[in-house]
Write a protein that binds this ligand. Structure first.
Ligand code: HEC
Length: 171
């Protein structure tokens, strides 16, 4: 009898410990990152933006009427759909469904991009905190319209969409 009581007590304590542990883990997800952690992610996004901008500039420099399809293929591979940390987003057709804003952040960011404004936010997506930012894109090169037949002949100052970056914040 004493043994049974002891075992029941043991099981009770075990559940208590597991319960507390799970609550602590859940709290850990909820606590927003510190200013320092966010600053680290922001600086990472600055480096990432410079790298991407250099890569896109290189691609635009090489775009001619003869290699438009190859150039499109190349850009599609760089902006691989599986990579949610860097996305080109717009709302001007013709475009593929997945290039439209995909959540609240992207909808708001795209609306602001169309009037030339950046947007940033620190938010949790699927239990991971992210530093998110958007960089508005204008039709600033003649080559844009070679691939995007729906854009006006450039260069022009028309805002057409945004580059969306998302950096996981290390805690
Ligand atoms: C060599 C072809 C090419 C050139 C040049 C090019 N783009 Fe794109 N662009 C693409 C492709 C391909 C995608 C789709 C990427 C993907 O798969 O997510 C895209 C997507 C976009 C998007 C998001 C989706 C959409 O269609 O609205 C925007 C905004 C955009 N590009 C803006 C620009 C701007 C601004 C320029 C000029 C400064 C430019 N692009 C030049 C090929 C090109």
């Amino acid at each position: 009898m004493r043994l049974r009581k002891l075992v029941s007590y043991g099981i009770f304590v075990l559940f208590l410990v597991i319960g507390c542990g799970l609550t602590a883990v859940a709290r850990g997800y909820e606590i927003p990152p510190t200013t320092g952690q966010t600053a680290f992610a922001q600086q990472t996004s600055d480096l990432m933006l410079n790298t991407l901008f250099a890569a896109l500039t290189q691609e635009f420099n090489e775009t001619t009427p003869d290699n438009v399809e190859q150039g499109k293929h190349s850009i599609s591979l760089i902006f691989n759909d599986k990579n949610k940390d860097m996305r080109l987003v717009g709302t001007f057709g013709p475009l593929r469904e997945k290039d439209r804003p995909s959540d609240n952040f992207e909808r708001q960011a795209n609306a602001l991009a169309l009037v030339g404004q950046t947007y940033t936010s620190v938010q949790r997506v699927d239990n991971q905190w992210y530093y998110r930012r958007s960089i508005p894109l204008s039709n600033f090169r003649a080559e844009c319209a070679l691939c995007h037949a729906n854009y006006p002949a450039g260069p022009s100052s028309d805002w057409v969409g945004a580059l969306m970056l998302r950096v996981p914040i290390k805690k």
